[in-house]
Design a protein around this ligand. Structure first.
Ligand code: CIZ
Ligand code: SF4
Length: 300
């Protein structure tokens, strides 16, 4: 492990590469990264870096977003099969059909979408800024894709909008039940319950706070609570524990995203050696899909 770590550090310099890792990555990958964050944070970092190559440790839509914002840079996803099943729940054709039915609606695409879907959207959002993004639109009607749980959460915060929700979910979050949370809370009654808005509405209802992963990171630092139940993909608990050594974080073992765990140190090293597999997107899609992402960034 020490040797591969050294090799990555050295090659990173010769390649003028930066390693970005999502909060759900494995501990080893988080430890080798230059930046660890959520998709909004990492997209912002990707636009600011002077590196010529971005090694994106996450899933496809995140690396694609980095490419859309940095078309001249080499963007590498160390495992080309690391894909978000929720992003695959909506395609351009079916979204277009829904848009035809609601010609006055604005389309807000969660960043967890393919570039082809982003190309049809008015603006993108992440779980960190969804409420702000929906509020910012002039249209009353909003088509929101693909996460219906996040959409329902936003609708509750922004009752003045009329949101049409796509029926997609993230299984990693949707499969967390109120029983899972209650069982853990019985064992640790002093723990604060933090959940992600991709969780189902009854789980969101039960929580003390609802946050994106970076929101949880910020909150854990300042909260007087010493223990926390973390209702999101378990990888985040490694970062939380590392940054708050005196506090305790309880994860849900079933909240695991297999795609996020496909990136390994070996694959990171290999991608630095070969500069493969690169993200490549058709120019026409790139030009269109960049616009809603940039609109979101301007709001941030
Ligand atoms: O926006 C992201 O990075 C995701 C997928 C989760 C979160 O809330 O940070
Ligand atoms: Fe997609 Fe859910 Fe995995 Fe995130 S945790 S990449 S939304 S399947």
């Amino acid at each position: 492990m020490e040797q591969i770590y050294q090799q990555i550090q050295e090659l990173k310099k010769t390649r003028r590469a930066v390693i970005l890792a999502h909060n759900y990555q494995t501990p080893e990958v988080q430890d080798i990264a230059d930046y660890v964050g959520d998709s909004l944070d990492l997209s912002l970092t990707a636009t600011k870096t002077k590196a010529t190559t971005i090694i994106f440790c996450g899933v496809d839509f995140m690396a694609e977003s980095a490419k859309l914002l940095n078309p001249k840079k080499t963007v590498i996803l160390p495992d080309a099969t690391a894909s978000c099943p929720m992003a695959a729940m909506v395609d351009g054709e079916s979204l277009s059909a829904l848009m035809d039915k609601h010609p006055d609606a604005d389309v807000v695409a969660y960043i967890n979408t393919t570039a082809a879907v982003k190309a049809l959207a008015d603006i993108c959002c992440t779980s960190a800024n969804g409420v702000q993004v929906v509020k910012s639109r002039a249209a009353k009607q909003i088509i929101f894709v693909p996460d219906r749980n996040l959409g329902a959460y936003i609708q509750k915060q922004v009752p003045e909008k009329d949101m049409i929700l796509w029926p997609g979910v993230c299984r990693t979050h949707h499969d967390i039940t109120t029983d899972d949370i209650k069982t853990l809370h019985k064992k640790h009654p002093a723990a604060e319950i933090l959940v992600h808005p991709e969780c189902r509405p009854d789980v969101v209802e039960l929580a003390h706070h609802v946050f994106s992963t970076n929101g949880m990171v910020k909150h854990a630092k300042t909260s007087p609570a010493q223990e926390f139940i973390i209702g999101t993909e378990q990888g985040l608990c490694y970062r939380l524990q590392k940054e708050n050594p005196g506090k305790t974080f309880y994860s849900l073992p079933k909240a695991l995203c297999e795609n996020m765990k496909k990136i390994t140190l070996e694959k990171v090293l290999k991608s630095l050696q070969t500069l493969e597999p690169q993200i490549e997107l058709p120019t026409r899609i790139m030009q269109k899909a960049r616009v809603p992402l940039q609109r979101m960034m301007e709001l941030s």
